[in-house]
Design a protein around this ligand. Sequence first.
Ligand code: MG
Length: 375
Amino acid sequence: MGTNRRNFIKNTVLFTVGGLALPRLTYSNMKGRFPTPGLKLTFEPYDLQLKHVFTLASSSRTTTPVMLTKIECEGFTGYGEASMPPYLGETQKTAARFLTALNLTQFTDPFRMEEILEYVDEAAPGNTAAKASVDIALHDLAGKIMGQPWHKIWGYSPENTPNTSFTIGMDEPDVVKQKVDEAAPYKILKVKLGGPNDKEMVETIRLATDKPLCVDVNQGWDNKEEALEMVHWLKEKGVEFVEQPLPKNRKDDHAWLTEHSPLPIIGDEAIQRLCDVQEAVGVYSGINIKLMKCTGMREAHKMINLAQANHLRVMIGCMTETSCAISAAAQLAPQAEWADLDGNLLISNDPYEGVKIVNGKITLIDRPGIGIREV
Ligand code: MG
């Protein structure tokens, strides 16, 4: 593609983003001059190697299967990713089936994102990570054509990103101590509780550091009164908030706990998509938004707006992911009070580089799209 044409695209679309022109008209006009063949989606499975065995209340594992996607158009390439921890039900096989069935070549204008992603969402129920892999690649592509990163396109101030928490899994005391040492650059640590030795786990971490902690129970507690007692104890131990303490379907118990709790109670497993945000009002203090749950950046952006309009606090989280999905989620981080975007830091074979953590804080890069490069 010639420089003139590239500049034409960039200038045309930038003008559009300012709300001063109709994007469909400008891009269609451009397409009239330069016929486009449609969006080309490709994908390949990839296995993430975890640096440590990762233990949750429900399972342990050493790898996470992902699907890496690309959408190409007019000489630009957008990158996406589906991360599929086994307990969530998607696999590389289900993602391949879902992505194979999509026909994105029918779309020649990558800026018709609502239309394209509605088609993707309606192609089959579920498959939220596979859908996110298309959404992220499409955002990356559109951002690259515009020559701008998404945090800028959305009008966010990049310096407003929060610190990211760094997750310490349940383990033997000597391993926990080693993990805390590795987490030296991070200003807040996330502890996974919900096992038989919760207090011992927190005490072990407290022997190693006095940094603020946050706690994720992953639905691992059962009794609301005991949960409240535990939350009081955790507050004294310097914990800032507690994520999904009870099973996700126990709405009344969470509402009771949130009302009585001295710490914010955040819904994660209970809050998947845009339609769940309203359900969180009066039940949780805030919600944990993850691209792999909510089908990607488009819906996550809408969830943040709806949550904030309902005075819900916003956290942006992740699965074990490469720098691709992490950098995509990080575009939204300036709007979040808390971020848990450490998924790429827990793997040893990241095929991309993107958003950086500098002194514990998410540091956005002024690079178009989601801001990643292959390494
Ligand atoms: Mg969680």
